[in-house]
Design a protein around this ligand. Sequence first.
Ligand code: TYM
Length: 325
Amino acid sequence: MSKVVFSGIQPSGNLHIGNYIGALNQWVKMQDSTESIFCIVDLHAITVPQDPVQLKEKVLEVAALYLACGIDPKKSHIFVQSENPNHTSLAWILNTITPFGQLERMTQFKDKSEKHEANAGLFDYPVLMAADILLYQTDEVPVGQDQKQHLELTRDLAEKFNSKFGQTFKLPVPVISKEAARIMSLQNPDNKMSKSDTNSLATIYLLDSEDQIREKIKKAVTDSGSQISRDASSEGLSNLLVIYSALKDWDLNKTYDEVEGKSYGEFKNLLADLVVLHLSKIQKKYHEIRSDEKALRQVLGEGRDFAIEKSSQTLQSVKEKVGLV
Ligand code: TYM
């Protein structure tokens, strides 16, 4: 039987090349050889304030972007989290074995609760994420580095449930790429690139125009050096080199072989050409897919039916084990 892969992205804000390089791009590569399930996690998105009209639009936008980036509905299942009520049911049951202290230690909760009013949903976010993953007996979860702690909690909860109630959940393994798991802000390379950055130059969005992409790369913070050298790359420059390598689909060493000795300006032009080329292909497909809403909804409908059926098996077994009728 092939491995089960599960992952998701929140339809909050606009997807950026960090999401693409850290997550989506890996998903595309994995879908050929696995049973892949990709979710649009709208219930996670509402843990911070969302405009309801915009949220509905964003769900479809993210679905269309999944497809435009290469997720093939013939190979993968794509669905919207809130359309499968099994996620919240399992999350509630997992809540009852989740230590409060462990949730308090989640760095994403600490960061987000500084920026937003801390509600119970934000606190409980990682438990819903554990439910997402465990419902499908998932083997592998391709994510960026920032989700590692949530995956550790997921594994802890699965082990705890299994030892308390008998073998029920598979232990999922995070798949985190070595170099590209943490794409940094173009303006402050100490921070990761994020959907919610207030500095508009910090993030390259998948739907940015050519001019926006070129401007952002041109103004990306590097260091006072002038020529690319293997031994002296600052964080800002390394980040650009990692983006270049990921889009070329080769490792950092090969990028150095190609660009060592070039001026920063020359390299930035090469990078801008590459990002523009790559994103323009995605955008072209995106506009085609987004303009046929009926077909898009059909993909999501099939994904939902599959997700409900597959996850019901796990939920049923969980309910029996804990004594729910
Ligand atoms: P979200 O929506 O914040 O991010 C989606 C995916 O993109 C990755 N990512 C990055 N990778 C590299 N560099 C970056 N700067 C960068 N920013 C984001 C994230 O690691 C993630 O893989 N909690 C999750 C969504 C989720 C989920 C799940 C994921 C809910 N349930 C179950 C996997 C399995 C999140 O907030 O992702």
